[in-house]
Design a protein around this ligand. Sequence first.
Ligand SMILES: Nc1ncnc2c1ncn2[C@@H]1O[C@H](COP(=O)(O)OP(=O)(O)OP(=O)(O)O)[C@@H](O)[C@H]1O
Ligand SMILES: [Mg+2]
Length: 308
Amino acid sequence: MTMTQDPDESRLYPHLGDAARAVIDAGLEARIRFIKETHWIGYAQADLILARMKELLDAPRVDRPECLVILGDTNNGKTSILQRFANSQVRIERGDGSGSEWPVVTIQAPPVADEKRLYTAILHRVGGLGASLRTRSALFTATITTLSGIGTRMLVIDEIHHLISGSTNQHRICLNALKYLANELRLSIVVAGISDAHYSLGVIDPQLENRFKPMQLPRWIDGVNFRRLLASIEMILPLKKPSILQRPVMAKRLAILSDGKIGELLTILVAATVEAIRSGKECIDEGVITQIQDIAPAYRRRTLRDDL
Ligand SMILES: Nc1ncnc2c1ncn2[C@@H]1O[C@H](COP(=O)(O)OP(=O)(O)OP(=O)(O)O)[C@@H](O)[C@H]1O
Ligand SMILES: [Mg+2]
């Protein structure tokens, strides 16, 4: 891969950020590989959520630590934010050779509300699951001992709707387990789930609804924030010519095509970038987007539906 050396290149490709500029003169396939990799794209609401998570992590340990629930529709960036936060936290090696501190532990909720599977998921994550751990009480004790031993201060649970979208006894037991872990270890719990997860928390346990303050990732609609997002995305697309994705006509079209979901938007723009590279057009214009729609029937249907 050719790395850009020439300081004048920033004047040549002012629409690109450093990472895209570094590969812009590489071959077609290298540029396509680059755009298919994951690149973090910052936006205001993600920054707010990340800042809140940091605040919770750094807060003094109290008896009833505050918790957070991140709510959003599917494919709209919840897991990416959790991963971004987890990646920003280094695990600190203890000087005395007793292993490392693990301040933030991230798991996916087990697919069904089951207390034993919840503990198992946590223990698996931190490598503390012994073969003898079968009973609820053994798993529970191991979870408390392990998390306290590695200095965990925040437990992050993705796909929380699995544990709470229902109000059976099992759901209640799982939530009580979480409440107990939070209190006993004085750790903050951050969960992410689809939009009605907060409501579900309240149905099962109003006290928890109160304790888990919600932050939303609303679907994107065309407007100032969406256009800022498009401008940020354009900076990572390794195309030689500017596309100016935030133009009103283009922004409106992308908002509809993506259904307001960042994941869909990126899928469309990555496909459009590949098309623009392969065709030699080197920018994304209306024609490229139309071609993408011709290839992907779902997007075609969406435009038709939205035009009705
Ligand atoms: N800030 C971001 N920067 C870069 N890529 C992102 C960002 N947010 C989301 N994406 C991409 O969009 C897609 C969907 O994001 P993500 O998996 O985070 O959504 P989700 O809300 O967790 O969805 P689900 O509810 O289905 O689990 C992923 O491919 C992810 O890489
Ligand atoms: Mg997810």
